[in-house]
Write a protein that binds this ligand. Structure first.
Ligand SMILES: NC(=O)c1ccc[n+]([C@@H]2O[C@H](COP(=O)([O-])OP(=O)(O)OC[C@H]3O[C@@H](n4cnc5c(N)ncnc54)[C@H](OP(=O)(O)O)[C@@H]3O)[C@@H](O)[C@H]2O)c1
Length: 250
C-alpha cells in the first residue's frame, strides 16, 4: 500500500543527495513533490529522474523573497501542503582559528535562517495534521573538528523541532528532526571545501567511527523520512531520528 497517496510535499534541496532520493521515494509512495535548489540545470535533471508528479522552483532558502516565490507556486499548483522536508543545507570546513565572518554567516544563513523561514512561510498553506521533517545531523551532538559552525547550526535545527512541536500541536502538525550520519552524497566532495583526496580520507575516517562500518545511502535516509512523513509515524513528534549506522548512539 502506498503511504503518501495524493499528498503534497515540498522538499528543499531536492536536486541532489538526500533531498533527491527522498523526493523520489515520496513520489513512489504516491505524493506530488515540489523541489527546490539554487542551480536550475541540476534541478531540471532531478525532475527528469523523478519523472512524474514533480514541480521545480529555483531558489535559495536563505533568501526570503525566494521562499515567497516557492510558496506562491505551491499555492497556485496545489493550494496546500501536507508534508515539508526542510533539508537544504551545507557545511564547509573552517577550523575555529581561521574561520571568517563570511563562513559563519553563510553557514547559519542557509542551515538555520533558511530552515526557520522555510517552515514559517509554509505554515499558511499547511494542512492541519501535516508533517514537517527537518534535516539536522549527527554533528548536533558530536564534536567535529573543522566543522564547529556547521555542527552548531545543526544543533539549532534539532532544537527548532522541539519548540515547533509545541507551537504547532493544536494544528496537529507533527515536527521531527532527522539526523543523518555520513551519507554517500555529492556533498563531501563538492560543498565542504575538501580536495578530492581529503574527501576520500574523511569518508574513510568516518567509516571507522560507524558501528555498521559503512556510510549510509541516500535511499536509507529517504526511507526514514518517508516514515516520518506518513501516518505510520502518527504518534511520533519532537524526536531526533538518527539514521547513522549507530555513529552517535554508542
Ligand atoms: N551527506 C551527509 O553525510 C550528511 C550528513 C548529515 C547531514 N546532512 C545534511 O543533509 C542535507 C542534504 O545534504 P546532502 O548530503 O544530500 O547534500 P547535497 O547532495 O550537496 O545536496 C544538497 C541540496 O541542497 C541544495 N541547497 C544547498 N544550499 C541551498 C540553498 N541555500 N538554498 C536552496 N537549496 C540549497 C542543493 O542544491 P543547490 O546547490 O543547487 O542549491 C542540493 O539540492 C543537508 O542539510 C546536510 O547538511 C548530510
Amino acid at each position: 500500500m502506498k503511504t503518501l497517496e495524493g499528498k503534497v510535499a515540498v522538499v528543499t534541496g531536492g536536486s541532489s543527495g538526500i533531498g533527491l532520493a527522498t523526493a523520489q521515494r515520496f513520489v513512489e509512495e504516491g505524493a506530488h513533490v515540489v523541489i527546490t535548489g539554487r542551480r536550475e540545470k541540476e534541478l531540471k535533471e532531478a525532475a527528469s529522474l523523478i519523472k512524474r508528479n514533480v514541480t521545480t522552483v529555483v531558489g535559495d532558502v536563505s533568501r526570503l523573497d525566494d521562499l515567497d516565490r516557492l510558496y506562491a507556486v505551491v499555492k497556485e499548483k496545489h493550494g496546500h501542503i501536507d508534508i515539508l522536508f526542510a533539508n537544504a543545507g551545507a557545511g564547509t570546513i573552517a577550523p575555529l582559528a581561521v574561520a571568517t565572518e563570511a563562513h559563519f554567516d553563510q553557514t547559519f544563513d542557509v542551515n538555520v535562517k533558511g530552515v526557520f523561514f522555510t517552515v514559517q512561510k509554509a505554515l499558511p498553506l499547511f494542512k492541519d495534521g501535516g508533517s514537517i521533517i527537518l534535516t539536522s545531523s549527527v554533528s548536533n551532538v558530536l564534536g567535529v573538528p573543522g566543522f564547529s559552525a556547521y555542527a552548531a547550526s545543526k544543533a539549532a535545527v534539532r532544537n527548532f523541532a522541539r519548540a515547533w512541536t509545541l507551537e504547532l500541536k493544536d494544528r496537529k502538525i507533527r515536527v521531527n528532526a532527522m539526523s543523518p550520519g555520513p551519507i554517500d552524497t555529492p556533498a563531501l566532495a563538492t560543498t565542504t571545501g575538501l580536495t578530492a583526496e581529503q574527501a576520500q580520507q574523511a569518508a574513510a575516517q568516518f567509516t571507522t567511527q560507524i558501528p555498521m562500518g559503512r556510510r549510509g545511502m541516500p535511499e536509507e535516509i529517504a526511507a526514514a523520512v518517508a516514515f516520518l512523513a506518513s501516518d505510520q509515524s502518527s504518534y511520533v513528534t519532537g524526536v531526533d531520528l538518527a539514521v547513522d549506522g549507530g555513529m552517535a548512539q554508542v
